[in-house]
Write a protein that binds this ligand. Sequence first.
Ligand code: PGA
Length: 240
Amino acid sequence: MRARLVAGNWKMHGSLAANQALLDAIAAGVDAVECAICMPFPYLAQGRERLRGTQIALAAQTLSEHASGAFTGEVSGAMLAEFGCRYVLVGHSERRQLYGESDQQVAAKFAAARAAGLSPILCVGETLAERDAGRTEAVVARQLEAVLDRSGFEDAVLAYEPVWAIGTGRNASPQQAQAVHAFLRARVGTEARILYGGSVKPANAPELFAQPDVDGGLIGGASRVAQDFIAICAAAKRKG
Ligand code: PGA
C-alpha cells in the first residue's frame, strides 16, 4: 500500500513571522498523514527548527544540477540535505517555463538530488495547447523518459501537474487526473507515489484523492492557508 503524501509548495511567498504562524498552525493541525513543506531557501533553517520532531518533512523547491563549484546563486543538493530537507521539487512547470529548464537539465537535477540523498518530487504536465492537440501523454512521457534514461526512480515521487490547472482555479477532473496517473503508473511501477497538483482545494481534494492512482497532492495556493492545507491533508488521510 502506497503511503499518501501531501506536499505544500510555498513558491516565493513568506516572511519569518508569517512562516512561523503558518508552520505552528500546520504542525498543530496535521494528523497522521505524511506531508512536506517546500520552503524558499532562506527559510530552510527556520523550517528545520520548527518542524523538528513533527511528522512534517522539510523540502526545497529546486536545486542545482551541480555538486559544487563556481555557480553563483545556485544551491546544491548537499546543502539542502545539510539543512534537513528530505524532498526537493524538480522540474516544476514554473522552472521549466520561466527559467527555461530543459528535460535534460531536469534529469540532471533529479540525479543530483538522488546523489545528495534527497527524494526528488519530479513534476510533469502538459500545457492547454498540448492537451487540446491530444499530446498530453506524449508530453508527460517525454518529460519522464528524460529522467528515467539517466536515473532509476526508486523512492522518488512523481507529480502530475497540468500547466493549465496551476494557479488557475481550474483543476483537472478526477477522471482526467486518473487517466494520466494510470499512464504514468505503467512507467514508474506500482510502488511509486504519484501526486496530483493544480488548483487542489479542500472541496475537490476528496474526489481527486479517491482515484486509484492518485497518491496525494502537490499544493500551491492552498498550502499558504493553514486551514485549507490541514483539510487537504485530512482528505488524503481518509482515503484507503
Ligand atoms: P496551485 O499550484 O495549487 O496554486 O494550483 C500548484 C503548484 O504549482 O504546485
